[in-house]
Design a protein. Structure first.
Length: 168
């Protein structure tokens, strides 16, 4: 894995932008239930249509912002992973070209083709999933924990017990 990290250097700025938009996307997703709660608690119960419309409009805007961030995150994840795979494929091809006749005899042609296409394609797909989903999980965990502590501080001991159980 340490050998692969050097191939991320050309994409460091894109990765940082991806992290920022992932954070915004997660915060938008976590903000939506608050607007729904306001609609129910302040709008429906008190029969105030302006609260319902205003919070509904805010929900729509937050959803659109979250969707735009999700599109940008998907685009950047694919762009980074594709460039990363291209660089690895190029290095693999250069390495195979430098083989001597004896080294060519050690590997079959189908093995070399598989390594330069399918194996690198699998690395690319894993990288896309890591950049899109695995990066989102820590933001979602900390954001959800923050929301839970804000909304129900008296029940925070349940979260601490559940987190400790999961870590154990």
């Amino acid at each position: 894995m340490k050998k692969l990290v050097k191939y991320f250097k050309p994409y460091i700025w894109q990765i940082l932008i991806l992290v920022i938009f992932t954070y915004i996307q997660v915060m938008a997703n976590l903000r939506l239930p608050d607007y729904m709660a306001k609609i129910v608690n302040e709008g429906i119960i008190s029969k105030d249509n302006s609260v319902i419309y205003n919070n509904g409009l805010m929900m729509l805007l937050v959803t659109l912002a979250g969707a735009a961030c999700a599109i940008i995150v998907g685009f950047l994840a694919v762009k980074i992973a594709t460039g990363f795979a291209k660089d690895i494929r190029k290095k693999t091809f250069e390495k195979v070209e430098s083989f001597s006749i004896n080294e060519f005899n050690k590997f079959s042609t189908s093995s070399l083709i598989t390594r330069s296409t399918n194996d690198i394609q699998q690395i690319q797909m894993v990288l896309i999933m890591l950049l899109r989903l695995a990066l989102m999980a820590p933001f979602m965990a900390f954001g959800a924990l923050q929301k839970a502590l804000e909304n129900a501080p008296s029940l925070s001991w349940i979260i601490v017990v559940a987190a400790a159980t999961m870590f154990a």
